[in-house]
Ligand binder design. Structure first.
Ligand code: WT7
Length: 667
């Protein structure tokens, strides 16, 4: 945490109106999966027993577990360690065996309008074939496979085929650059990359395979040779693709050699399931490691209870990309483990126009819809007349994730999309928590616009001050998880010390989430954003340090400071302040903004592209040389500059702020 944030004071200053509240309707409550508050008491009385019961009742084990939690070596937890299961069998075969083979697993809708309907029997068959194909390419238990794919059914098939073999996947979001992809491939030492020629985005095929080629051509890091032996390519867009002889294989050609006979083997519950990278406070993303038994238990439970899913009748749709944890937990594992039916959509919400999502809800009669506040705010901007043209009456529950949802967006979501009756579940969790941690149970909780409200049954959450003491209701502080939970991050891949330092150093055996939160008078939780150097742009986590390193990697940049500034649509936006190298005239100031914006996009990925780049002569620093980002944030948000007394040179901020104002007025 940087020293210039003044976190707790500034968070406590944010007050919310806790007066408005929406209890569940009697009809909703009567049919809800959880409608007795006794569940909270029972789970709190014995959380391990509660989770053991979920694991037993909701999952199929090849070998039953006898141990629940092993916390003898904190912070390295083990859940259900002597049990064995196969995650793919839990998501597929068992539903077919239970007579649900004909139920639709995925209604796929491509951006151009092509569709595929895939039943559980068909998905099971395809995953078995793919598992056979991967096995003959040498994938075995304990391996890691990198996946760099668009939002198409083969992505889900590939993930499940990998885990069926007891291997782990590392999915890299398709918007990441070649450099980011390569760093992730190297870190997990993947020998196989699964990709596609490209995927549809905004009406054209956005290339993926060329990025893989570029990634694999980059110089080996640290003199270590690259690990990749094969690249398996799905043909999605019919794009011209360069295939490297002996290395690259077409999925559709290879798969023809394999049938759908494959018996799932059980693997220990602490077998790695996936590694997913997320930004931290340093330049290098962290590989968050999740394992099988505990993860699947909590994902399966929360999917069912928070979304109130009835697998035989509901149609679920989560608009996230499978490349993020939301897609892992609530497109792949949660829905499929529950045997639910879902919509999977490839493209963007505005293609061909802003009616697309609502048209899909009408077409597939979506009943449970899960999206991010940034998307809701974009739709609000476009106007209610767009969704009002569609029949959204199938919707009975709405979910939100990724960042705090502002009460205006919450009310709009409920009124315009949810016909003023669908409950909204605001779900707080993280890549590291694997599954939802704080969220209402819609049959029980009286909802408050803007609050995630309470910990899930079996989860212990507290808001504490800097010394770890719980704050009183009405106060703000830092969010911690007090006890280990089944789907918790098990380690930072290859870097246990970083795992300890990042999450456990601050409060000992309590997990430090990096979020500020406030308890209202009723003890409900209101999230207030990150308290570290992590930004949240459109629900995606970005590290200020990582973007700063990309900027100083540009030949014309001497110094850079990045802040997350409030943004009406994206929540926060990346705003960069750079000092150009003097005398060299490598780049004019006028060119700098465009050039540096694309420089960051090509080094990290388009999601990290700064909204603004301001060229300045100096950065505000303390006498000890620390950049005071807090002041830059004030300037970027057009606020009066805060306390500058600790600055070495107090004039600097005046110049910067004049500069930002001048540029804003010029635009
Ligand atoms: C960070 C985790 C969990 C899936 C998507 C993001 C913020 C997430 C909420 C919410 C307030 C939220 C937090 C958290 N966040 N959901 N409902 N209310 N803040 O996963 O990339 O790991 O980011 O997103 O700041 O720490 P992620």
């Amino acid at each position: 945490m940087s020293d210039d944030h003044g976190t707790i004071e500034s968070l406590s200053a944010l007050a919310h109106d806790a007066g408005e509240s929406y209890p569940p309707s009697p009809e909703f409550r009567a049919q809800a999966n959880q409608n007795s508050s006794e569940i909270y008491l029972r789970a709190a009385a014995d959380p391990e027993a509660y989770w053991a019961e979920q694991a037993q009742n909701r999952l199929t084990w090849k070998k039953p577990f006898t141990e629940v939690l092993d916390w003898t070596n904190p912070p390295f937890a083990k859940w259900f360690a002597d049990g064995e299961l196969n995650v793919a069998e839990n998501c597929l075969d068992r539903h077919v065996a239970n007579g649900h083979g004909d139920r639709v697993a995925i209604h796929f809708e491509g951006e151009p309008g092509d569709t595929r309907t895939i039943t559980y029997a068909e998905l099971t068959h395809e995953v078995k074939r793919a598992a056979n194909m991967l096995a003959s390419l040498g994938v075995t238990a304990g391996d890691r496979v990198a996946i760099y794919m668009p939002m198409i059914p083969e992505t889900v098939i590939a993930m499940l085929a990998v885990v069926r073999l007891g291997a782990a996947h590392s999915v890299v979001f398709g918007g990441f650059s070649a450099e980011s992809l390569r760093a992730r491939i190297d870190d997990v030492e993947a020998e196989l990359v699964i990709t596609a020629d490209g995927g549809y985005r905004k009406g054209r095929v956005s290339p993926l395979k060329p990025v893989v080629d570029q990634a694999l051509e980059l110089d080996d890091a640290d003199g270590k040779p690259g690990t990749v032996k094969h690249v398996l390519v799905v043909n999605r867009g019919g794009n011209e693709v360069n295939m490297v002889d002996g290395r690259d294989l077409w999925w559709h050609e290879e798969i023809t050699a394999y049938d759908g006979e494959h018996t799932a083997q059980g693997f220990p519950a602490e077998n790695p399931l996936f590694i997913l990278y997320t930004s931290g406070t340093t330049g290098k993303p962290k590989g968050i490691l999740h394992t099988t038994g505990g993860y699947l238990t909590q994902v399966t439970t929360t999917f069912s209870d928070v979304f109130d899913i009835k697998p035989e009748s509901d149609v679920f749709w989560c608009t996230a990309d499978v490349g993020w944890v939301t897609g892992h937990s609530y497109i792949v594992y949660g829905p499929l483990s529950n045997g639910a039916t879902q919509v999977m959509y490839e493209g963007t919400p505005d293609t061909p126009d802003w009616g697309r999502w609502w048209q899909l809800i009408e077409k597939y009669k979506v009943s449970i819809f899960y999206t991010a506040p940034t998307a809701i705010r974009s739709c609000m901007k476009v106007g209610r007349q767009v969704p009002e043209q569609y029949d959204l009456s199938s919707l009975r529950l709405l979910g939100s994730v990724g960042e705090p949802i502002n009460p205006e967006a919450w009310r709009w979501y409920r009124d315009v999309i949810g016909a003023a009756k669908a409950p909204i579940v605001d779900t707080w969790w993280q890549t590291e928590t694997g599954a939802m941690m704080v969220a209402p149970l819609p049959g029980l909780t009286s909802l408050k616009p803007g609050s995630s409200q309470i910990a899930q049954p079996g989860i212990s959450i507290a808001v504490v001050d800097d010394d770890g003491n719980p704050v009183e209701n009405g106060q703000g502080g830092l969010l911690v998880v007090e006890r280990p939970w089944p789907s918790m991050v098990r380690n930072v891949w290859g870097d246990p010390q970083r795992f300890i330092d990042t999450y456990w150093d601050k409060f000992g055996d309590k997990y430090f989430a990096g979020d500020g939160a406030r308890l209202d008078e009723d003890g409900d939780i209101w999230f207030l954003g990150r308290v570290d150097d992590v930004m949240n742009v459109s629900g995606h986590r970005l590290s200020t340090t990582e973007i700063e390193s990309a900027l100083v990697g540009h030949h014309a940049v001497a110094e850079a400071a990045v802040v997350g500034a409030d943004d009406e649509t994206t929540g926060q936006a990346v705003v960069a302040f750079v000092i150009l190298k003097s005398q060299q005239h490598l780049i004019t100031e006028a060119e700098a903004e465009q050039e540096l914006r694309s420089h960051v996009a090509s080094h990290i990925g388009a999601i990290a592209r700064p909204r603004n780049v301001y060229v300045v002569n100096e950065l505000p620093k303390t006498r000890s040389g620390k950049i005071m980002r807090r002041l830059l944030k004030d300037a970027a948000e057009g606020r009066k500059i805060g306390d500058t007394t600790t600055l070495a040179d107090t004039m600097v901020m005046q110049l910067i702020s004049d500069r930002v104002v001048a540029e804003r007025e010029a635009k």
